[in-house]
Design a protein around this ligand. Structure first.
Ligand SMILES: [Zn+2]
Length: 86
């Protein structure tokens, strides 16, 4: 997927790709898993902050799908994403 790379506003630096197609689990506020999604991991070479961007519009699986638990095992998502709360 081609997309513009994010900018680190602290360092005024375009972020560099680290790894494409990393997977993460989105979590409800209470911590329950909702979806497995994939995106691209980028980082700022100056301050080291890392961000997942280029997130696919469709989830790999959602908790109400019959294959959700299988997907959790097979993809073994590397990251988690809690919803923002304020
Ligand atoms: Zn930075």
């Amino acid at each position: 997927m081609t997309h513009l790379l994010p900018i680190c506003v602290k360092c005024s630096r375009q972020m560099r790709p680290v790894k494409n197609d990393v997977t993460f689990t989105t979590l409800h506020v209470g911590g329950e898993p909702m979806e497995i999604r994939a995106g691209d991991l980028v980082e700022c070479q100056d301050c080291g902050v890392r961000v997942i961007t280029g997130i696919a519009s469709r989830p790999i699986s959602e908790v109400h799908h019959s294959n959700f638990n299988e997907c959790v095992k097979s993809y073994a998502p590397e990251y988690q994403a809690r919803e923002y709360t304020r």
